[in-house]
Structure formats: structure tokens, C-alpha cells
Design a binder for this molecule. Structure first.
Ligand code: SAH
Length: 217
């Protein structure tokens, strides 16, 4: 088999794995078909980019498992006019998927190096509706708030108060909650006029949400 056909084959299996794990929203599947995970995985693990598995990235962090990216994105119910905040840029992969579905994506990470590398990829891929900042996402992004949708890709014990406050009425937030060394739950929070509704979606495992900028900044 040539390299090209191997890649095509791997990509087909990648989409098949997403569907079989419950990613069924056609808009999410199309976004995940368009955004190549390859460039977001570097170095030693590059040739495993199309496996449905989390992989190590720089700064001791991880790029999430594709089916988990798909399920979280699906649960977020993004529409084309939405302004979205992602906490935990990591490789930039989740933000790139969101950029296909939303009007505008803000993404923040406490590691400057990850933000710099993700920005380079966004530019190379012409994803002009993403803005990435180095900041402590547990405080949200007050300058750009409120948001239609918020996604957190690192686990906190509880949904951070500033993020709840920066969610619009009618807005949705999806995030993992729980202790970092045990199984966490992916939850969906909907804000309505009178308060918040919480839905528990599925068990997940994410790196912890850590307060403050990383010391390597
Ligand atoms: N969404 C990423 C994976 C994120 S891994 C992707 O698609 O690749 C979780 C990320 O959350 C890590 O990069 C970590 O540095 C970041 N993080 C942890 N605590 C944070 C905080 N308080 N503010 C911003 N980013 C944080």
C-alpha cells in the first residue's frame, strides 16, 4: 500500500470509530473530517494521530481522545452564530473543530508554549476565527464575556464560578468535574433565567485544571 492510501484508510477508520462511539451529529462529523488531527500531534506519537486515543503533547499535557472531543462538541450544541470559550487549548485540536461550527472561538491555556504552537497551526490552517491567549482560564475571559458556549478540557472539582457567571442565559457549558486521580464525569450545564440545570453525561478522564499561569511562562 502507498503512504497516501494508508492515510486515507486510517482516516476512514478514524471516522468509523467516532460513529461507533456515539458521535452522530453530522455537523460534528463533518468538522472532524475536515480538521486533520495529524498536525496537532507531534514527535514520537505523530503516527498514532488517527487512533482513537489520547496522546502526550508538550508541557506534560495531553491531546484528548477524538471520540471524547466529538462527544463533548456534540453535547455543546454549537450553532453558527455562537461565541465560544474553550479553557485548555492544549494542542489546539478541540478549538480547531469548534472553529468549523461557531462564529468565533476564544481559547486559553496556562502554558505559553502551547498557545504559541497552537496559534502557528491555526494560521497555517487558515482558521481565522480563533483567538488564543495565555491566561488562567479558571477566571474565564472577562473582556470577551458573556459566551453562548463554554467548554473546559481540564477537570475541576466543581464548575468554576467565574465561568458560570460568564455564560449567557440560554447558554451551555460542557466540562469534566471530579477529583483528578479518580474517574471524573462529563457534565452539561444549561443556564436559564432562574439558574442552572446540570446533566451528568458520562465518565471521562482529563488532566486537572490548575490555578495560575505555568512557571515556564
Ligand atoms: N483541548 C486540548 C486538550 C487539553 S489538555 C486539545 O484539544 O488538545 C488540558 C489543557 O488545560 C492543558 O494544556 C493545560 O495546560 C490546560 N489548563 C489546565 N489548567 C488551566 C487553567 N487554569 N487555565 C488554562 N488552561 C489550563
Amino acid at each position: 500500500m502507498t503512504d497516501a492510501s494508508t492515510t486515507a484508510e486510517r482516516k476512514m477508520q478514524f471516522l468509523f470509530a467516532l460513529r461507533s462511539k456515539g458521535v452522530t451529529d453530522p455537523r460534528v462529523l463533518t468538522a472532524m473530517e475536515r480538521i486533520d488531527r495529524g498536525p496537532f500531534v507531534r514527535g514520537l506519537f505523530a503516527d498514532r494521530a488517527y487512533e482513537d486515543t489520547p496522546l502526550p503533547i508538550a508541557c506534560g499535557q495531553t491531546i484528548s481522545q477524538p471520540s471524547v472531543v466529538g462527544l463533548m462538541t456534540q453535547a455543546l450544541e454549537v450553532s453558527p452564530r455562537d461565541k465560544v470559550l474553550e479553557v485548555g487549548t492544549g494542542s489546539g485540536y478541540q478549538a480547531a473543530i469548534l472553529s468549523q461550527l461557531a462564529r468565533r472561538v476564544y481559547t486559553v491555556d496556562r502554558h505559553k508554549r502551547l498557545v504559541r504552537e497552537a496559534r502557528t497551526l491555526f494560521e497555517a490552517m487558515d482558521l481565522a476565527n480563533i483567538t488564543a491567549f495565555t491566561s488562567d482560564g479558571s477566571f474565564g475571559l472577562p473582556d470577551q464575556a458573556p459566551f453562548d458556549r463554554i467548554i473546559v478540557t481540564a477537570a475541576a472539582e466543581d464548575p468554576p464560578g467565574p465561568l458560570l457567571a460568564q455564560l449567557k442565559v440560554g447558554g451551555i457549558m460542557v466540562l469534566p468535574v471530579g477529583q483528578s486521580d479518580t474517574v471524573q464525569s462529563m457534565i452539561r450545564v444549561r443556564r436559564h433565567e432562574a439558574g442552572f440545570d446540570y446533566d451528568e453525561l458520562r465518565p471521562v478522564r482529563f488532566v486537572p485544571l490548575v490555578e495560575g499561569l505555568a512557571p515556564d511562562n
